[in-house]
Design a protein around this ligand. Structure first.
Ligand code: ATP
Ligand code: MG
Length: 348
């Protein structure tokens, strides 16, 4: 069977986001739609935007969408990763330098602020910037004017600033690591992107999207189907790496699993091994997913039983001992709950 035609998210698709080109952004969860709605509104303005969210949640993707939907779309979108560049070089990266400004400055250089003129400047990992530079950045953003390192001429630019961080800037301010005045300057419009575990409705739309669009696959690639148990695992997994982790999982499975049907044992090890932080987050996931008391209890029982069985190599008497349960009760539960080998479901 040939692969189904790639499905793409075109301009304006997605409820409540008419007139906003959301190409490449999959998902329909309330949390994501709220982000897209704010992005749509802010795209029409020149206001500074601060995008926060854990690593891999799509901060850069949203920043690009804001630029693409703004009147600056024909201008440049310049990205600078403030965390990746040593602080002594970052100033010259941002503002440029004149010839002879420092040892090794053999010629003058244009900085990102100047390159971004008439476009957008995306300051990624802003929370990692040194305090010295924060002062200079504040002035440049406030006045849209700056001097190159070693220069005397003041340069004016017309830019919109979008910044992003996965750090808690409010805590960094308290610790004296981030300037409060800069924070308010950057955070005119805050956009917070929820981690994937708090918008689980996006898991399967994203899985489909990655299967349909991003995989470099041969024409005989068949879209994988996840078994009910595998879907359960994906639904309850914590996704610490967020959408990036999901994207990688889809790619890994598409390469390594030749069968069309994906079983629990085909999923990455970390997804099927319960970890210690599952229990506390499990409670909030019940409320976030609205799965209800009975289903939650049922899933918890399932997790405990399948874990004990896998630990004991499916020797039921040993598993029953681990669970401090009567062997016959265990056997009854296995039948009733249709638990079979290879089905370890994590404690969600
Ligand atoms: N809603 C989405 N639809 C499709 N792809 C997405 C979505 N959100 C994120 N991605 C993809 O997930 C990956 C990570 O996204 P992105 O780089 O924007 O995250 P980030 O928040 O900037 O991460 P980091 O903090 O690590 O820099 C990218 O490949 C991106 O295209
Ligand atoms: Mg990023």
């Amino acid at each position: 069977m040939a692969a189904t035609a790639p499905k793409s998210l075109g301009a304006g698709e997605g409820a409540g986001n008419i007139g906003f080109d959301r190409s490449g952004i999959a998902g329909e969860s309330k949390g994501l739609l709220k982000v897209l709605d704010t992005a749509r509104k802010v795209a029409k303005s020149d206001s500074s935007v601060l995008i926060t969210g854990e690593s891999g949640t799509g901060k850069e993707l949203i920043a690009r969408a804001i630029h693409r939907n703004s009147t600056r779309r024909n201008g440049p979108m310049v990205i600078i990763n403030c965390g990746a560049i040593p602080s002594e070089l970052l100033e010259s990266e941002l503002f440029g330098h004149e010839k002879g400004a420092f040892t090794g400055a053999h010629r003058s250089r244009t900085g990102r602020f100047e390159i971004a003129d008439n476009g957008s400047l995306f300051l990624d990992e802003i929370g990692d910037m040194s305090s010295d530079l924060q002062v200079k950045l504040l002035r440049a953003i406030q006045e849209r004017k700056f001097e190159r390192v070693g220069g005397t001429q003041t340069i004016a630019v017309d830019i919109r600033v979008i910044s992003a961080t996965n750090k808690d800037l409010a805590a960094a301010i308290k610790e004296g690591e981030f300037r409060e005045d800069l924070y308010y300057r950057l955070n005119v419009i805050p956009i917070h992107i929820l981690p994937l575990r708090e918008r689980r409705d996006d898991i399967f739309p994203l899985t489909d999207y990655f299967q349909n669009n991003l995989l470099d696959r041969s024409t005989d690639y068949q879209i994988k189907q996840f078994s009910d148990q595998a879907k359960q695992v994906l639904t309850h997994y914590e996704w610490p790496g967020n959408i990036r982790e999901l994207e990688n999982m889809v790619e890994r499975i598409s390469v390594l699993v030749e069968e069309v049907d994906i079983q629990v044992h085909d999923l990455p090890e970390c997804m099927i091994t319960p970890s210690s932080h599952h229990t506390s987050s499990s409670v909030s996931s019940v409320f976030n997913n609205g799965i209800g008391f009975n289903e939650a209890v049922d899933q918890y029982q399932r997790s405990l039983i399948s874990h004990a069985l896998n630990e004991s190599g499916w020797v039921k008497a040993r598993a029953a001992e681990m669970l401090k349960m009567n062997r016959t009760t265990l056997v009854e539960k296995l039948k009733k709950m249709h638990i079979k080998p290879e089905m370890e479901t994590p404690i969600f």
